[in-house]
Every structure is written in structure tokens, then in C-alpha cells.
Design a protein around this ligand. Structure first.
Ligand SMILES: [Zn+2]
Length: 267
């Protein structure tokens, strides 16, 4: 069984394909997923989906960088307090797409890290061209998380593309590192080297669908079913049996999203 730890299902609802996408995921043994939020509308969609599919999906709620300017943290707190919402996100720091809004991104990220501490929920963090500020923010978050005595892990850096030292720092902060279809790309040798070097106990797989389909499906729309392909690439990369990688990453995802792993799948 596979766990897609990061899927944007609202994209499939918008074009009417959601039911077929869910069936295809289950047929590919992707028996769990996290429906990721990032705006009031995406959060409400993820929550409604998780509530309707309690054995299959959990939800997250957050404010991504597109919400700068309209961010309403008290309203997010209400959305994020619901039980089906297992993490705050996605949000983070993206200095590649938003170089002019660094200060605003940092403020919005800090507000959500504080909210995550107030609710004792882990975070789903996005980082691009912002490694130093990411490690500073998550380092402080991790310190406070543990000072409060909350059980780990305290979050995930999703769609990981950074170097080994950064991955090891994140692991020491009690963060998971999540690999996406990027791991399969032809130019991703350095990333595959990182994936080989890390302990399986810190790794997750995700699709980030509908973006970033893995090879050989690159260029097509990505779907949760391809979490199985990402796990296969991770297993090949590490020279480990697929089932070992699948069960370890599945159990890790259940820990992050606070799911009893023996709970049955129902959709
Ligand atoms: Zn995402």
C-alpha cells in the first residue's frame, strides 16, 4: 500500500475527474492520501473530501503565498481546528516565484508556524531558493514544538530537492523529507544520491498532483495513483525491495498525519 502525502485534489474536482482519479489510485494500491489545502477554498474542499472519505483521506489547511494580502489567520485557525485537518499547510518560502515578497512570505509563514504550535498540529512546508530562512524558521518551530512536549514529528518539507546536509538538518529537527516525481527526472542524479543516503525512517513519498508527473509519465497530468511510481523510483534508487519502501513510507505518513496504520481503507 502507498500513501500519497501531498495531492491537490481540487484540480480534479474542477474538471469532473475526481471520482475516476480516486478509483485509479485505489487500483494502484494508493490507499491513503493527504488532500492539501492552501487557500480558504482549497481548505474547504480538502476538508469536505476528507470528511466524505474518512478511511482514505486526511486534510490540511493553510495559506500559500498567493494568499499574501488577503490572509485571515483567525479564519484559518477555525478551518485548521477541525479533526480531519491533520496539519497546517501548505505554506512556506518561495523566493524563486516570489522574490519581491520575501518579507511578506516570512510574516505569513511565521503566523502559521505559531498557529501550528497553538493547535499542536504539524506543518507541510514548501521551500524554494530559501534554504537559509527555511532552516531558521523550522529550527525555531522545532525548538518550541519540543519545548511544549508535543510528540514528533513536527512536519514535512514537501517536494524535497535540496542537498544532503539540508535533509540531515531537517531530520535532526524531527521533520520528514518527502520525495516527489522529481526523483525520477533524468537530471536528478544529485537528488537520487541524497535519497540513497538518508534513513528510510525519515522519508515520505508524494505526487504534488496535478503537477510534476514522474517519468515515464512526465508531461501528463499527475495523479495520486503515481505515488506508487514515486515509491518504485525511491526503491530502485536505494536498491531496496519495493514492499519495504512502501511499508516504511506508509507508516511514516501515518505517524505524520496521526492515523492508526491498521485502520481499514474505506472510500
Ligand atoms: Zn503542493
Amino acid at each position: 500500500m502507498f500513501f500519497d502525502t501531498h495531492a491537490h485534489l481540487d484540480a480534479f474536482a474542477a474538471d469532473g475527474s475526481l471520482e475516476a482519479v480516486v478509483s485509479a489510485a485505489l487500483a494502484a494500491r494508493v490507499s491513503r492520501l493527504a488532500a492539501i489545502g492552501g487557500s480558504p477554498a482549497a481548505d474547504d474542499f480538502a476538508f469536505a473530501f476528507a470528511s466524505a472519505h474518512p478511511g482514505f483521506a486526511v486534510a490540511t489547511a493553510g495559506l500559500d503565498r498567493d494568499q499574501i494580502g488577503s490572509a485571515d489567520l483567525p479564519a484559518l485557525r477555525e478551518r485548521a481546528s477541525r479533526d480531519a485537518v491533520r496539519a497546517i499547510g501548505e505554506f512556506g518560502l518561495d523566493y524563486h516565484y516570489g522574490p519581491d515578497t520575501r518579507r511578506e512570505q516570512r510574516a505569513l509563514a511565521e503566523g502559521q508556524l505559531e498557529l501550528a504550535l497553538a493547535l499542536a498540529k504539524p506543518v507541510v512546508f514548501h521551500s524554494r531558493d530559501a534554504t537559509e530562512d527555511t532552516l531558521a524558521a523550522l529550527g525555531e518551530f522545532s525548538r518550541q514544538w519540543h519545548a511544549n512536549g508535543f510528540p514528533g514529528p513536527c512536519g514535512v518539507l514537501h517536494c524535497f530537492t535540496l542537498d544532503r546536509a539540508t535533509a540531515e538538518t531537517l531530520m535532526s529537527l524531527d521533520f520528514f523529507v518527502s520525495f516527489s516525481g522529481i526523483l525520477s527526472f533524468l537530471n536528478a542524479d544529485p537528488l537520487r544520491e541524497v535519497a540513497r543516503a538518508l534513513p528510510l525512517s525519515s522519508l515520505l513519498v508524494e505526487t504534488d498532483s496535478p503537477y510534476l508527473a514522474p517519468r515515464p509519465h512526465r508531461g501528463r497530468r499527475n495523479e495520486p495513483k503515481f505515488a506508487a511510481r514515486v515509491a518504485e523510483v525511491l526503491a530502485e534508487t536505494r536498491g531496496e525491495p519495493l514492499e519495504a519502501v512502501a511499508s516504511a513510507t506508509f507508516a511514516n505518513a501515518c505517524t505524520l498525519y496521526r492515523i492508526q496504520p491498521n485502520q481499514g481503507t474505506e472510500t
